[in-house]
Design a protein. Structure first.
Length: 429
């Protein structure tokens, strides 16, 4: 039996393992080991790459941003941000759901992580949504979908990786992600409003400007944390990893001394919770990097480039094909390996057909972000399932509704370059 047939059988086998509930890390790991044996690729590489794949300075911010999210939650800062968002949205049907999505947007400007946004905001808002009459599955899917903006609204670890790979300005990429991130939040809010109106979910109360300003004052620590991250990175005072560390320190001091909702005895549990989420994400990122190497040996890069080129020279067609590839890859891979594998392949093709490189970076990463709620991988769905206790399979139906809204935002981002480039400084301007 030739290699192609063996790889086909292996792939079918690991899909079956996934369907019967084997953890995705083990599914990918089985495929990597099996494929390495089939193509006679040394297994010693697996162990080396699992380490070296995580031995990247930019990834140091991952556990720090996750810890920031847990500290913000424990200190009551995230809840105050959510209270402010709810005060602004309470006069609309589905106001608490809209507030959940708005809170995800605010939290994303601090955490820089999809999964951390989903875990923190989902943990706070899901019980409140259920209590307010929302379907528990829809409430969990709302948190999962809201978390997708975590890698689009700056700061974003993935934008840093993309900029490094493609030799683009990190500051330009961060600025380019602001309006598309806001567009994603608005599109999901429209979906939430429609679903809430259709099913009569959530209570409605008149807009109270006194409550709006009161909750805004109470949420000042959250706004200050956002300011630390954005100002520090944009001004060049410190790197994203340093920004994450400084924000951790600020949130810890705020929780211990200002809100006083964190006690010294709580710190071991907070650190353990952050470590558990990091321990879930890091192995998946590492094994995905190994998968990238196996794909490279199988000639995946050349095959993808030839496939895109086959459709012709039309900018629109090439862009649509690139978007389809990113979305398909996001269904089975985390955003980091999707970026590492496909950005160096697809970006030069898109740029050669007239697409601005910064614009394409946003197109690429919005597609990768949608992959966080796209089965069968859908990392945010796994995180939301873990936080809420609702089985993954029961979240998929409601997640697809948010996918429709996100696809609309993605299309607008792709074919209206203004959303990506309006805030980016012009060279020589």
């Amino acid at each position: 039996m030739d290699q192609g047939a063996l790889l086909g059988l292996l792939s079918a086998g690991v899909v079956l393992l996934f369907l019967i509930g084997v953890p995705i890390f083990l599914v990918i790991g089985y495929w990597v080991v099996g494929a390495s044996l089939i193509i006679d690729f040394t297994l010693a590489n697996v162990g080396v790459t699992l380490f070296e794949g995580l031995n990247f300075f930019g990834l140091l911010s991952l556990p720090l941003f996750i810890l920031t999210g847990d500290l913000i939650a424990a200190a009551g800062i995230a809840r105050r941000l959510a209270d402010f968002a709810h005060a602004c949205m309470s006069w609309l049907r589905g106001g608490l759901g809209l507030a959940t999505l708005g809170s995800c947007g605010l939290f994303a400007a601090i955490s820089g992580s999809n999964s951390a946004t989903t875990a923190t905001i989902g943990g706070i808002m899901h019980p409140l949504l259920v209590k307010d009459g929302y379907d528990s599955r829809f409430a969990a899917a709302t948190a999962a979908a809201g978390g997708t903006v975590g890698i689009i609204i700056p700061p974003s670890i993935i934008f840093i990786v993309y900029g490094f790979l493609m030799n683009l300005s990190i500051s330009d990429l961060f600025v380019a992600g602001i309006l598309p991130g806001a567009l994603m939040v608005i599109s999901m809010m429209l979906v939430c409003w429609y679903m809430s109106r259709k099913h009569g979910w959530g209570s409605i109360s008149p807009l109270d400007w006194g409550r709006v300003f009161s909750t805004m004052r109470r949420a000042y620590l959250g706004f200050f944390a956002i300011f630390i991250v954005i100002y520090g990175i944009y001004s060049g005072v410190f790197s994203p990893t340093e920004a994450a560390a400084i924000t951790v320190g600020f949130c810890l001091i705020a929780g211990l001394l200002l809100t006083r909702e964190i006690k010294w005895r709580d710190l071991p549990d907070i650190l353990l919770k952050s470590g558990q989420l990091t321990g879930m994400l890091a192995p998946m990122i590492a094994i995905s990097i190994v998968m990238q190497q196996v794909f490279g040996l199988l000639g995946a890069a050349e095959a993808v480039a030839s496939f895109v080129a086959w459709f012709g020279n039309s900018e629109v067609i090439v862009l649509l094909v690139c978007m389809a590839i990113v979305l398909a890859a996001g269904c089975i891979l985390e955003s980091l390996p999707v970026t590492v594998i496909f950005a160096p392949i697809l970006a030069p093709i898109a740029v050669a057909h007239g697409v601005d490189p910064v614009h394409f970076s946003v197109i690429f990463l919005v597609g990768a972000a949608i992959g966080f709620i796209t089965p069968p991988f859908g990392l945010n769905l796994f995180v939301a399932s873990g936080v809420t206790g609702i089985p993954y399979s029961k979240l998929v139906r409601f997640a697809t509704m948010y996918m429709a809204g996100l696809m609309l935002a993605w299309g607008l981002t792709a074919f209206v370059p203004w959303f990506s480039l309006a805030l980016v400084p012009k060279v020589g301007g």
